[in-house]
Design a protein around this ligand. Structure first.
Ligand SMILES: C[S@@+](CC[C@H](N)C(=O)[O-])C[C@H]1O[C@@H](n2cnc3c(N)ncnc32)[C@H](O)[C@@H]1O
Length: 268
């Protein structure tokens, strides 16, 4: 038997994303790791004057509302870009009918960290536009800030495609724009509930530095310890990234694709 074929983004049926199971496993209650991610992200938005960002991106928004809520004070228009029919349905319903009650503890924390946020989560979500589409639809230079949570490393097993995702994410912001991201650390391909196996590319801090270092300025990476209250996805924690898109051309040419975390580094 030959080696298992590397699964690329298009090999998975994203329309069938298991929204209910994903929410049940990850977002029906505030986990300790969510608290840390929210603290990290809120500091970025607190640094932006209310309404100062004309247009921001949530890439691969999925059914996760807290990154959209956090952007609600600083951003005048938030594009929640998402290819999955199941996730689009959930997002639209949350915007039309108001967020599920389970998002309230998330929003209470967001607002306690950023007093510029409005009283309710529903108001914070008002600037959100649900945009069907994916990475290939991004137009370079569109956004003042781009955010991406658990996407590039959770949608492909292919290192070159992981790099392409990150590259398109960086280029989606205008020169001088800001980047904010979270990655599962060293997560192998994963399962949600009893559903199918989803493709993933295991990354560590070195892999993120090799991809984002040559493409960004002011790169900062923080680590959140593995959260034992989450299901076992095989990860070792979460990596949180902030950076900016350089004003001019990159000073160093981008390097080749990173090696998966845990694999031997290429020689030579
Ligand atoms: C692990 S989920 C993360 C969802 C959400 N961002 C969160 O914080 O929970 C990965 C998301 O990436 C989306 N996705 C898959 N392929 C994509 C593509 N080509 N472009 C943009 N998003 C994609 C999936 O539909 C899914 O919503």
């Amino acid at each position: 038997m030959g080696p298992a074929r590397v699964r690329r983004n298009q090999d998975a049926d994203w329309d069938a994303w298991p929204v209910a199971d994903y929410l049940a496993e990850n977002y029906r209650r505030l986990h300790p790791c969510d608290t840390e991610v929210i603290h990290h992200h809120a500091a970025v938005y607190r640094d932006c004057a209310p309404g100062s960002l004309a247009r921001t991106l949530e890439l691969g928004a999925g059914p996760n509302l807290y990154p959209l809520m956090l952007a609600g004070a600083a951003s005048r228009r938030i594009d929640a870009l998402e290819p999955s029919a199941a996730n689009l349905r959930y997002l639209r319903r949350q915007l039309d009918e108001g967020p599920d009650a389970s998002w309230q503890p998330f929003y209470t924390l967001c607002r306690s960290l950023d007093p510029a946020l409005p009283e309710s989560g529903a108001e914070a979500l008002r600037p959100v536009r649900v945009v069907p589409g994916g990475i290939d639809d991004l137009v370079p230079g569109t956004y003042d800030l781009a955010s991406m949570n658990f996407v590039a490393e959770s949608v492909t097993e292919d290192s070159a495609e992981f790099t392409l995702f990150c590259d398109a994410f960086v280029r989606a912001v205008r020169p001088g724009g800001r980047l904010l991201a979270a990655f599962m650390e060293r997560m192998p391909s994963y399962r949600i509930g009893t559903g199918p196996v989803w493709p993933a590319f295991p990354v560590d801090e070195a892999a993120l530095r090799s991809v984002f270092g040559p493409r960004t300025t002011g790169l900062r990476i923080a680590r959140v310890a593995k959260d034992p209250t989450l299901p076992e996805y095989g990860d070792t924690g979460i990596l949180l990234l902030t950076a900016g898109r350089p004003d001019g051309p990159p000073t160093r040419p981008p390097t080749g694709p990173p090696t998966p975390a845990g694999a031997p580094a290429p020689q030579g």
